[in-house]
Each structure stands twice: as structure tokens, then as C-alpha cells.
Design a binder for this molecule. Structure first.
Ligand code: ATP
Length: 367
């Protein structure tokens, strides 16, 4: 398999910069997910790696070899699209065998390789069927089989399970990930579905408007978003955002003052030191905290803030209690038995070890 390096690539379509100065280092055997909203440049990036698009600037290296201007067919990479793109008149067996026949493998070798792949994908029982007789999942597996059978250096997968129904997508997520581990493939996987990205990726690269916003493991991206875009995009329900500014309490200690109300949040010594070295006192900040890092209580406790219950969203396994904190609304994740009355006064506490703080002006994370 292969490592893939993108160095400052730029791809334009007329005046539109679809991929803007993208640098990525994809490790050998890594499963890297490209994630981002529609139109952010994911597919274009993948097409540039495959050679279906030629970059306007920058370099692409596969296994140390500069392939920037090399045609797609000479890059030894397999591309699987969302659409199955199988040959309708060929059986599943012949669809998978097709690339080997094109490379003039002998019949016995073809049979051996197709059977190996079919076993891996658990589709031996449908090899005699034509695409129209297959389920969506099996069609996708056949398309994957056709990509795998060539044993390419890397797999590029563009929303390969995007059209399947929700239950089946869950199953295919697991199977695809296991398959890529088993064959030790370097994989670049495009999706706009964050659950898919988080559950499958070794690392995730998140793009917005052609620009890479952050790359990291699912844990890093979830717990340390580098800007407000990432913080907002990842997590369901999303991160709570509270407008605030640095202030001093009566003892001269640095605290955060909520802009919507006359409330103050105490911060840890570590956070005080970080903030002191990075901000000036009139800076506008946004405090970010995930719903599961907020504690809900009907009793006032030390450093808890006064809130009013706004609405309760039940999911069965947990509840989301939406509360009003001054004029801001925040979501608190609780156990499912917590069901306060709407409009009831309550209190919330923040796990200050797990907050994020952003510069409101730039949107970038300060801590
Ligand atoms: P989606 O999730 O909707 O597929 P994406 O993140 O994959 O989106 P791209 O398909 O890479 O985004 O498109 C990035 C931008 O480039 C979009 O604004 C798109 O309209 C534009 N674009 C892509 N291909 C072309 C093309 N061949 N000609 C002109 N514009 C294009």
C-alpha cells in the first residue's frame, strides 16, 4: 500500500477555487476521512488524488513518486463512487473479474482472485447474479470487489454507502472499515455524514469552502475543535456557545462574564494563566461546552448558574434538557429520568476542564 502526500494543491474551476492550498499527509494504511458540507471540495480533492482532475498548483506524491501530471490509469489507485457503476449485462463474477481480464490474467488466476475477494466480502452466493437481481448492499460490495481485486496502492471512496438505507449503512460502515483493515489499504473516504466520519476514520480532515479547517483523530476533533466552524459542525446535538468576556471578581481573580446577563463563571487556575497570556481584558470570547459536560441540578451548588427549563427532548437513552441562561439557550444532556417542568428554575454547572474558548472575532480557538 502507499502513503499519499498532497502539497499545497489548488484546483480552480474558472473563478471558483474548489480546493485552496490543501496540504495533507496520509499515512500508509491509514483510513482518512474527508468531511465537510456540500460543495466544500471533498470530491474534487479525491478526483485530484486519482488523476481524474489535474491540479492547477501544488504537488501530489504517492509512495514518494510525484504523480501530479500522471494520468489516472497510471496511478494504481481504485476509485469507488456513490453510484455503483456496474456493467448491467455482466454477472457479479464478471464485473469483479473485469479489471483482471483487461490486464490479460489467465482464467485460473482470475477465478482464484475473484473467489478470494468474494469470500472477503461474503458475496460468493451472488456471484452468478446480474446487477439488477442484487440488493443495494450487494451491488456496492460487488463494486468494492471490482476495486479490491486489482490490489491497488490506495482506495478512494466517494460516499460509497450514501444511497443505502440507515440500518444497512450502519452494517456497511463496520464491514467497510474491517475490510480496509484486513487488506491493509490506504483509504481516503469522502462523506458529509459526521457519524460515518467519526466511526470510521483513523483521522478526519474537515474542509470548508475549499480550505482545510482541521485534521485529527475523532477524539481530537471532538474535544479540541480548532475553530467555531468545527465546533459547530461536529457533535449531535452540537456544542453550546455562550458569549462572554474576561472580567475580574471582587478578589481580582480572572473570571468570565456572560454578555447576556450579569453572571460570572469561575475558571481554573490553569485556564486563568492561559487566558492571561493570550488575551486582553476587553476581548470578546465564546465559551464552548458540550451538552454532556454540563450538569443539571434542581439545587444551587457552588459555581452553578441560574437557568430556566425551556423544553425537554427525550431520546430514550438520555434526555436533552434545553435551558435558558440569560438570553442564551443551552442544551444539557441528562439521564432519561430527569424531567423537570417547563419554566421551572434550575441550575447548571460546567466541567471547566472540558470547555473550549474561542476568539469571537476570528472564530479561532484560544485554548
Ligand atoms: P458534495 O458533498 O455536494 O459532493 P463536495 O464537498 O464533494 O460536495 P465538490 O464536488 O468537490 O464538493 O465541489 C466543490 C466546488 O467545486 C463546488 O462549488 C462545485 O460546484 C464546484 N465544481 C466541482 N466540479 C466542478 C466542475 N467540473 N466544474 C465547475 N465547478 C465544479
Amino acid at each position: 500500500m502507499a502513503e499519499i502526500i498532497l502539497q499545497n494543491i489548488i484546483k480552480r474551476f474558472g473563478d471558483l477555487v474548489a480546493v485552496n492550498d490543501l496540504t495533507l499527509y496520509i499515512k500508509d494504511r491509514e483510513f482518512l476521512v474527508l468531511l465537510g458540507p456540500s460543495g466544500c471540495g471533498k470530491t474534487t480533492t479525491l478526483r485530484c488524488i486519482s488523476g481524474l482532475e489535474i491540479v492547477d498548483e501544488g504537488k501530489i506524491l504517492i509512495d514518494g513518486k510525484d504523480v501530479t501530471t500522471i494520468r489516472a490509469s497510471h496511478r494504481d489507485i481504485a476509485f469507488v463512487f456513490q453510484l455503483y457503476a456496474l456493467y448491467p449485462i455482466l454477472t457479479a463474477y464478471n464485473n469483479i473479474a473485469f479489471p483482471l481480464k483487461a490486464q490479460k490474467y489467465d482464467k485460473e488466476k482470475i477465478r482464484e482472485e475473484v473467489n478470494k475477494v468474494a469470500e472477503l466480502l461474503q458475496i460468493k452466493h451472488v456471484l452468478h447474479k446480474k446487477p439488477k437481481e442484487l440488493s443495494g448492499g450487494d451491488m456496492q460490495k460487488v463494486a468494492l470487489g471490482r476495486a479490491i481485486v486489482r490490489r491497488p496502492k490506495a482506495f478512494l471512496l466517494d460516499e460509497p454507502i450514501g444511497t443505502l438505507d440507515a440500518k444497512f449503512r450502519e452494517e456497511m460502515r463496520i464491514e467497510l472499515k474491517k475490510l480496509c483493515i484486513d487488506i491493509g489499504a490506504t483509504t481516503v473516504y469522502v462523506t458529509h455524514d459526521q457519524v460515518e466520519a467519526m466511526s470510521m476514520g483513523d483521522r478526519i480532515a474537515i474542509m470548508n469552502m475549499g480550505v482545510l479547517q482541521q485534521i485529527g483523530t475523532p477524539y481530537e476533533i471532538y474535544t479540541k475543535p480548532e475553530n467555531l466552524f468545527i465546533a459547530n459542525f461536529i457533535g449531535s446535538p452540537g456544542m453550546n456557545f455562550i458569549n462572554c468576556e474576561p472580567s475580574r471578581d471582587s478578589n481580582g481573580k480572572l473570571v468570565l462574564k456572560l454578555l447576556s446577563d450579569n453572571m460570572y463563571i469561575s475558571i481554573t487556575n490553569k485556564l486563568q494563566n492561559t487566558l492571561l497570556s493570550k488575551i486582553y481584558e476587553d476581548k470578546k470570547l465564546v465559551l464552548g461546552i458540550r451538552p454532556e459536560d454540563v450538569t443539571f441540578s434542581m439545587r444551587k451548588e457552588k459555581n452553578y448558574l441560574d437557568v430556566k427549563v425551556y423544553v425537554i427532548e427525550e431520546t430514550g437513552s438520555y434526555n436533552i434538557v434545553d435551558v435558558s441562561l440569560g438570553v442564551e439557550k443551552i442544551k444539557v444532556r441528562t439521564i432519561p429520568t430527569i424531567k423537570p417542568d417547563i419554566g421551572e428554575a434550575a441550575f447548571v454547572g460546567f466541567d471547566m476542564e472540558r470547555i473550549s474558548i474561542f476568539d469571537k472575532e476570528t472564530g479561532n480557538s484560544i485554548i
